[in-house]
Design a protein around this ligand. Structure first.
Ligand code: GH3
Ligand code: MG
Ligand code: MG
Ligand code: MG
Length: 301
């Protein structure tokens, strides 16, 4: 559910009167979307503004509710949208079948409007809690940017997409310079604060919606830059370097500056390069190591 927007409820029923009753019942709290048949329902479910929940009739001419839910549950894009059957088929077998197909609830017709509303509200609450939990599982607790787990997932997806579309793809590894000394002299709490500031600074550099920054390990960050060539990736890295320098976090014990700095290693896959994802990440790591060897507070591509 998008913030500050009413949840979208897709109501699917071949009988106009049912659509009207349910839409009237829900329209104060929700945004009803209406479909008179299975085909229309699928079109709306796969649209750019998909519903947050679907109330689905079973018996409809042509494509029935069972067929609709099978298609929805078979596609990553729609499989997590909860479906509640609202149907005149109300034997135990019918209900069992509906739940087996993946519906979260089953309401028999003739339905009682307040009960429909309450059951729908319960399901939306579960969805909401699930989304919160999901977000938390992918966030780094200290810096509140994405965690390594999130990076691994997005990396895999973007890798596959770049292979499919033949687009270039870049990755940058960043590591804080002399951070052990920072912790040793200023204390772990200040070290944590420094990491939070660095994460925010790096995050502020990213501009494209597909870009991702994640905390890769202790004081190491990774930037994922889909559809980005070497030249553009170097520009991003340059801005990262500069932003962290500009934070001006005093570090008297750094051997490279009087403030906290980072080093970066970049790797780019051109549209016809053949390299394994493991070697790709290893190349970024090796370049980061070279940046350290060359004196830190710099980029190696
Ligand atoms: P280099 O320039 O070669 O990267 O030197 P370094 O001292 O940064 O490298 P090293 O890997 O020896 O030390 C990394 C330090 O980062 C060790 C650890 O104390 C610190 N660190 C890692 N995670 C955290 C964290 O979550 N909080 C704080 N405060 N410090 C952390
Ligand atoms: Mg019907
Ligand atoms: Mg390190
Ligand atoms: Mg370090």
């Amino acid at each position: 559910m998008r913030n500050n927007e009413k949840p979208r409820i897709l109501i699917v029923d071949d009988e106009k009167i049912n659509l009207k009753v349910l839409a009237d019942l829900l329209k104060d709290e929700y945004l009803p979307m209406l479909a008179r048949n299975g085909e229309q329902a699928l079109m709306l479910a796969f649209s750019d503004t998909p519903p947050d929940l679907i109330l689905l009739d079973v018996v409809m001419p042509q494509m029935g509710g069972h067929e609709v839910i099978k298609i929805l549950k078979n596609d990553d894009q729609t499989k997590n949208i909860p479906v509640i059957f609202v149907t005149a088929l109300n034997s135990t077998e019918d209900e069992e079948r509906g739940l087996l197909l993946g519906a979260v609830d089953y309401i028999a017709k003739p339905f009682s409007p307040p009960i429909v509303k309450m059951r729908l509200r319960n399901q939306l609450r579960i969805v909401h809690q699930y989304k919160l939990l999901d977000q938390l599982a992918y966030l780094d607790g200290l810096t509140e940017i994405s965690n390594r787990r999130r990076f691994e997932e997005v990396f895999q997806k973007e890798w596959a997409r770049s292979a499919r579309n033949g687009t270039s793809f870049s990755l940058a590894m960043a590591d804080v310079d002399y951070f052990k000394q920072y912790n040793d002299h200023y204390g772990h709490a200040m070290g944590d604060t420094a990491l939070q500031k660095i994460a925010r600074a790096l995050d502020s550099v990213l501009r494209r919606p597909g870009d991702l920054i994640a905390r890769y390990g202790g004081e190491e960050f990774v930037l994922l830059l889909p559809e980005t060539d070497m030249y553009a990736a170097q520009e991003v890295a340059q801005r990262c370097l500069q932003k962290v320098n500009e934070l001006n976090i005093v570090h008297q014990y750094s051997l490279v500056a009087d403030h906290v700095s980072i080093s970066l290693g970049i790797v780019t896959k051109g549209h016809d390069d053949i390299i394994s994802p493991q070697d790709f990440v290893m190349t970024a790591d090796r370049n980061l190591y070279l940046a350290k060897e060359n004196g830190r507070n710099q980029i190696v591509a």
